[in-house]
Design a protein around this ligand. Structure first.
Ligand code: ADP
Ligand code: MG
Length: 476
């Protein structure tokens, strides 16, 4: 089964899917939608950008009945941006049938949310904390929920939401369908599934590597103090369509964004300390390419689906392999190609190797870009611009002057001089990025910590995670 038409969906669900431009199902959709329609519990593991939202959204919308009163579906997501994004996609699919989805998240006025809830949406998409808040106030009642979805479950657990999620699941009638989607399948997820799901069918779409194949990945060995200049050089050599730069902390994100702005790049930073309207405004500007560089913390960028992100820069390397996979999944979306470039300092090399090992990919090392590379890159860009103007034929009133100049000197000398004047010398205004102690990487944590250290894990041939020693429990 490849196309949505073969699923036996009702026309009012098929029509919007076709309008959205979906033709063939993605692999996770092919496998998950029939299972979800059958009402079974399911666990779906597939890399980011593979259409998991529609994989759970379509069956929910197909099964739900409009205007029944209490919510029939609940989707739990790790961040507010993701809640908004998922609700938007579900509203597109469910609009014609009259299945309405409402995003509920922290940071938005609770009174306003209560008013929206009074309109009785069929599906609620929310972040764990705010959902619990409403459940306790009795402004969300879950007695009629037939399907609950945990989206980006690994992220939610990483963010420490496990207790909230368990509390929410306990509020939902046991006679329900539970679906869990995750890019990775750490042990904590298996435990959650054992506790709250009934014989879930596990769907893992085949891909040898965990990462997105369309993303070309490389790393550059740099000193901490070189990172900022290297970033600027790379942005000059290969101007991105849109780029996301990941920084380790909120403070660094601010500093990198400010530094970039002061050098004339159109950049903004985003992290959890910004107010919700501010975050939305920055994201809006990025989506419509008013700014082309978004500097972000992991949390702020999680799950974002923005087309046109051509480059991901790991200004600071991520904490672990999951983080790496999530970050680079921001590019190469919807089958487009992308580049992921990680800056690695000498003392992070070992940790970066363990990340490569965990994801089963060898990441190429690239040399530090030289000033010459920058100049060449700018020349190429300049040449492209000149040719574009030439083709557009908009050189009107410069032509007379050009003719006069040609009487004074030859065309090559003149053009070269003009190019020289147009070239922007690489800027080196000093920009200070605070040097902070780096992450305390998991592999250096003493054992007995909350999470299994990556270094001790390995993947077997099927890509399953297992513990190398001790009470190894496989996931079936
Ligand atoms: P995931 O949750 O797996 O990271 P998303 O659900 O966010 O992925 O989907 C990624 C993008 O792919 C979205 O823009 C979505 O609209 C699009 N998409 C999903 N399914 C299809 C499909 N069958 N055909 C084309 N595009 C799709
Ligand atoms: Mg998703």
């Amino acid at each position: 089964m490849r196309t949505f038409n073969e699923l036996g969906l009702s026309p009012e669900v098929l029509e919007p899917i076709a309008k959205m431009g979906f033709e063939e199902m993605t692999p996770i959709q092919q496998e998950a939608i029939p299972v979800a329609l059958s009402g079974k519990d399911l666990i779906g593991q597939a890399r980011t950008g593979t259409g998991k939202t529609a994989a759970f959204g379509i069956p929910m919308i197909e099964k739900f009945i409009p205007e029944q009163g209490l919510p029939q579906g609940l989707v739990v997501t790790p961040t507010r941006e993701l809640a908004i994004q998922v609700a938007e996609e579900l509203n597109k699919i469910g609009g014609l049938k009259g299945i309405r989805s409402l995003p509920i998240y922290g940071g938005q006025d609770i009174g306003r949310q209560i008013n929206y809830l009074k309109k009785r949406p069929e599906i609620i998409v929310g972040t764990p904390g705010r959902l619990l808040d409403h459940i306790r106030r009795r402004t969300i009642r879950l007695n009629e929920v037939a399907t609950v979805v945990l989206d980006e479950a690994d992220e939610m657990l990483n963010m420490g939401f496990i207790e909230d999620i368990e509390a929410i699941l306990r509020e939902i009638p046991a006679k329900r369908q539970t679906m869990l989607f995750s890019a990775t399948m750490p042990r904590s997820i298996q435990q959650l599934a054992e506790k709250f799901m009934i014989q879930p069918q596990v769907i893992r779409t085949k891909s040898k590597e965990m990462t997105v194949p369309e993303v070309s990945q490389m790393y550059i060995e740099v000193q901490e103090s070189q990172k900022f200049d290297v970033l600027c050089r790379l942005l000059d050599i290969q101007p991105p369509e849109l780029a996301i730069v990941f920084g380790r902390t909120k403070r660094r994100v601010d500093e990198i964004a400010e530094g970039l702005k002061s050098r004339g790049y159109s950049a903004e930073g985003i992290h959890g300390d910004l107010s919700q309207p501010r975050r939305e405004s920055v994201l809006g500007k990025f989506r419509n390419a008013t700014i082309d560089v978004l500097v972000a913390t992991d949390v702020a960028a999680r799950g974002l689906d923005i087309t046109g992100v051509s480059h991901v820069y790991n200004f600071d390397i991520p904490q672990d392999a999951e983080g790496y996979v999530h970050r680079i999944g921001r590019t190469g979306r919807a089958g487009r190609s992308g580049k992921a470039i990680s800056f690695v300092t000498q003392r992070e090399l070992e940790h970066f190797c363990s990340i490569q090992h965990s994801i089963g990919t060898q990441i190429k090392r690239a040399p530090l870009p030289s000033l010459m590379d920058v100049i060449k890159g700018q020349q190429r860009l300049l040449a492209e611009k000149i040719l574009a103007v030439t083709e557009a034929g908009t050189t009107g009133h410069y032509r007379e002057m050009a003719g006069k100049l040609l009487e004074e000197s030859d065309s090559i000398s003149l053009l070269a001089a003009a190019l020289k004047l147009l070239t922007k010398e690489p800027d080196s205004t000093p920009v200070r990025i605070t040097e902070e102690s780096s992450y305390r990487f998991r592999h250096s944590r003493p054992s007995g910590g909350r999470k299994a250290p990556y270094g001790k894990r390995h993947r077997d041939q099927d890509g399953k995670y297992s513990q190398r020693s001790g009470s190894s429990r496989r996931y079936r």
